[in-house]
Design a protein around this ligand. Structure first.
Ligand SMILES: Nc1nc2c(ncn2[C@@H]2O[C@H](COP(=O)(O)OP(=O)(O)OP(=O)(O)O)[C@@H](O)[C@H]2O)c(=O)[nH]1
Ligand SMILES: [Mg+2]
Length: 251
């Protein structure tokens, strides 16, 4: 039976990017064995994000969850991933991607292949794996993401993981479903540190993670960055400090 691949897109004021992104899913449909569908989580946008989702009439089906108010990337990620897991069967797949057109959907093809061939539970689209790179990223943004991955590696050191903060990932639905058997939600923070936190939550089960090389094309982003850099830095440090304290208490 054909597997379902649900792509979760946390979206905050992404009307321009989404209308560029949706057609790209249509163009990979013939090259991917899975049946694709998109789940937009409109995080209280003030632009036409949910209208663009509702009016899309291409061949890849699009559904939307709409938050009446902005709740932050982590909440949009959490709601989307949980909704996708509840709508999936055990053998299905779930991907998360940024909606700002910097993540090319074409990488899903190599990510699915890697997941199956290496029998993994999670594949990260990695800027830091051999063959990966970042184009058009300013030095301070590079410092922020390299710094975050360096800190995460020191605290978690997950085998085979070099990119902890990229939001482009592929998961087996069964992995998320299993997490939700023992807890009512994924317990993610509302900020951008949620992407690293999600890996930690899943690590509570036995999980095989791998990476596939990915080129981030930041120059394709149609609008200015909305990310609050200092809030993300402090949020990540506070989260890692909590983890460190928990690890100490348990050991
Ligand atoms: N900035 C921001 N993005 C959100 C929020 N909620 C959901 N998102 C979405 O989360 C994804 C990642 O956000 P981005 O702003 O692209 O974060 P980033 O890639 O780390 O940083 P920039 O590309 O520089 O803005 C995008 O698809 C956003 O639309 C939110 O409250 N703020
Ligand atoms: Mg982005």
């Amino acid at each position: 039976m054909t597997r379902q691949l649900t792509i979760v897109l946390p979206s905050y004021n992404e009307e321009v990017a989404l209308s560029r992104l949706f057609p790209q899913f249509d163009s990979i449909r013939k090259e991917i064995k899975e049946s694709l569908s998109i789940l937009v989580v409109d995080d209280g946008s003030s632009d036409r994000t949910s209208r663009v989702a509702a009016e899309w009439d291409g061949s890849t089906p699009v559904r939307a969850i709409v938050f009446p108010e902005n709740r932050g990337y982590g909440m949009a990620l959490e709601e989307g991933v949980i909704a996708a897991a509840r709508n999936s069967s055990e053998s299905d797949l779930i991907a998360t991607m940024d909606a700002d057109d910097t993540h090319d959907p074409r990488y899903l093809i190599s990510m699915v292949d890697h997941l199956d061939q290496a029998e993994l539970d999670v594949v990260i689209a990695s800027r830091y794996a051999p063959g990966g790179k970042e184009e058009g990223v300013s030095w301070d943004r590079k410092l922020l993401s390299h710094g975050a991955s360096w800190f995460y590696k020191r605290v978690f050191d997950l085998p085979n993981v070099s990119d902890y903060s990229c939001g482009y990932r592929l998961f087996r639905a069964s992995l998320i479903q299993k997490s939700l058997e023992t807890r009512k939600d994924l317990g993610l923070d509302s900020g951008f540190q949620a992407s690293g936190e999600l890996l930690l939550r899943l690590r509570e089960q036995t999980v095989a993670i791998g990476e596939a090389p990915f080129e981030l094309h930041y120059e394709r982003k149609p609008t200015a960055s909305k990310m609050q850099k200092m809030k993300t830095v402090f949020g990540t440090l506070a989260f890692l400090n909590e983890v460190r304290k928990t690890v100490r208490r348990l050991s």
